[in-house]
Design a protein around this ligand. Structure first.
Ligand SMILES: C[S@@+](CC[C@H](N)C(=O)[O-])C[C@H]1O[C@@H](n2cnc3c(N)ncnc32)[C@H](O)[C@@H]1O
Length: 216
């Protein structure tokens, strides 16, 4: 899986829906950025979150299991090689649906933050979308509902403070090309998602969740 993601590095650096958007603006705001804030960007991919937080003066460490993404540290979210409470904020954008063990990953993010965990991911819509996502990209594991996110974060000892949902409209063909979906699978994905495509744009939704470490 790591090699697959390394090969995709350029496509994700250039992807319009990853590079910018009101969801990214809100995630950055909810990280409460500033010059003394130390942030870990988990599954940094094309590094868009890290870039924005550095612009706000934060000290950012990036982590990703794919060496081709050129993170500061190569590691999966399920095994973060940092001491407890090493960061003020841990963030993770549009990546958790690829994690093999989501509970372990959220527990790790909660362990290494002192204050905040801010997550954005595609939200669970229905099983048809899940099937299309897996056909499009076999590294897709699962998207989670708003309630599942709250339960995951609470179980890791975090208190959910704010939640917001965003419509996302990636161009269907670019969305398929970015991960090089084979033609046969791409055709089935188009069929499965036909009710969600208008003028070539796919209607998806993401959720941004801000959670704070509970006081002991
Ligand atoms: C869509 S990209 C991330 C996008 C990026 N955070 C952004 O905002 O543009 C998904 C990333 O998840 C990473 N990834 C896949 N499995 C992972 C895991 N188990 N732990 C951490 N990262 C993982 C991939 O290497 C890839 O860089």
């Amino acid at each position: 899986m790591t090699d697959v993601w390394s090969q995709r590095a350029k496509a994700f650096q250039e992807s319009p829906t990853h590079r910018e958007g009101p969801d990214l603006d809100l995630l950055v705001e909810w990280c409460e950025p500033g010059p003394d804030v130390k942030v870990l960007d988990v599954a940094t991919g094309g590094g868009h979150v890290a870039r924005r937080l550095r612009d706000e003066g934060c000290t950012v460490v990036t982590v990703d299991p794919a060496p081709g993404m050129q993170p500061d540290v190569v590691a999966p979210a399920e095994r973060l090689p940092f001491e407890d409470g090493s960061f003020d904020v841990v963030t993770c954008r549009i990546a958790a649906h690829h994690f093999q063990d989501i509970r372990k990953a959220v527990a790790e993010m909660a362990r290494v933050t002192q204050k905040l965990v801010v997550i954005e991911d595609n939200v669970f819509l229905d099983e048809q979308v899940e099937e299309a996502e897996r056909l499009r990209d076999p590294t897709h594991v699962r998207c989670y509902s708003e309630q599942e996110w709250k339960d995951l974060l609470n179980a890791a000892g975090l208190e959910v403070e704010q939640v917001e949902r965003f419509e996302r409209h990636p161009a269907l063909e670019g969305w398929l090309e970015r991960v090089e979906t084979p033609p046969g699978a791409a055709q089935r994905v188009r069929e499965l998602l036909s009710g969600r495509v208008e003028s070539g744009l796919l209607a998806l939704e993401s959720i941004v969740v801000k959670a704070r470490r509970s006081q002991k």
